[in-house]
Design a protein around this ligand. Structure first.
Ligand code: ATP
Length: 304
């Protein structure tokens, strides 16, 4: 029986391994498929970077021809500066970040980096220039080291730990019995949304992209985690052109410009204090979030 059990057990192991690899591959193919129709044009040249200014020039876009999602969006993120996009769910905020990464081509207008229409540059050079911290980071079934090093294969352990420190995840990692060798992902330790996002930030710190897209997670975070993520975001966006898709207004207070998007159009724009003074949609959202945050903090202290 043992002779029969061993191979069966082994087969079970092989089956699980293959199934997991297939799941990893599926998510990869889903990503690739999403990008299947985008091809380099015949005259595509590598992006010539001079600071990394991002410009959306009257961008119109719809996933389906019948339904327009962005109805003429224009803004500029000067090199090294930060622009944040806020607005109700479904307004088109994440769509803007997908267009900058060229997951889709615009239907009208243009997305321009340092004066070059992104349809005229190679996708490889575009993707290596931009780092994305997505809403929901997919972790590989591997160690924390591997998952951070993925940002720059070949990075040394010191560099990885330094990135983790800047991303405010190091102190958490060293409390784990196996530290950086802890396996995470589907079959390993399940990290919370906030922890996963900090792993993604550490990856991006290692990658050192000139342009950063930060898509803030919608999921609720406790006040402490939220503050830690904001500190690490400030670290990774320093001196880099940054586009933030924000759900919490506390993330955007320091942005050089805030765009309020509603139904695919920019309805207000300015700095935090200017928008508060204007007393429009942004000021209303701010008041509501302040009240909610105060309530949450009271609850957290009472529960602590
Ligand atoms: P949230 O704050 O909820 O993340 P958002 O402002 O980022 O919302 P988007 O994700 O940009 O909104 O979506 C804008 C609209 O486009 C939504 O109505 C959504 O249903 C639609 N949409 C998003 N992705 C696709 C897709 N792949 N195919 C078709 N429609 C899509």
């Amino acid at each position: 029986l043992v002779q029969l059990y061993m191979p069966l057990n082994f087969l079970g192991f092989v089956y699980r391994e293959i199934k997991q690899s297939l799941t990893d591959m599926e998510s990869m193919f889903r990503l690739l498929r999403e990008n299947a129709e985008i091809e380099d044009s015949a005259h595509a040249a590598p992006l010539v970077l001079s600071g990394g200014e991002v410009r959306f020039d009257d961008v119109r876009f719809g996933y389906d021809p019948e339904r327009e999602i962005l109805g003429g969006v224009s803004f500029t993120v000067p090199a090294g500066r930060t622009v944040a996009i806020v607005g109700p769910s479904g307004a088109g905020k994440s769509t803007i970040s997908r267009l900058l990464f060229r997951f889709y081509d615009v239907n009208g207008g243009a997305v321009v980096i340092d004066g070059q229409d992104i349809r005229d540059i190679t996708q490889a050079s575009l993707r290596s220039t931009i780092g994305i911290v997505p809403q929901d980071t997919v972790l590989f079934n591997d160690t924390i080291y591997y998952n951070i090093a993925y940002g720059r294969p070949g990075a040394s352990k010191d560099e990885i730990e330094q990135a983790a420190q800047l991303a405010r995840i190091h102190d958490f990692v060293i409390t784990l019995p196996q530290g950086y060798d802890t396996r995470v992902g589907e079959r390993g330790l399940k990290l919370s949304g906030g922890e996963k996002q900090r792993v993604a930030i550490a990856r991006t710190i290692l990658k050192r992209p000139s342009i950063l897209i930060f898509d803030e997670a919608t999921s609720a975070l406790d006040t402490h985690t939220e503050k830690e993520i904001q500190v690490s975001l400030r670290e990774v966006s320093r001196d880099r052109t940054t586009l933030i898709v924000a759900h919490r207004l506390s993330t955007v207070v320091d942005a050089d410009e805030i765009l309020v998007l509603d139904q695919g159009r920019v309805v207000e724009r300015g700095r935090h204090d200017q928008l508060l003074a204007a007393d429009g949609a942004y000021a209303g959202m701010w008041r509501k979030q302040q009240e909610a945050a105060q309530l949450q903090e009271r609850l957290e202290t009472e529960l602590a």
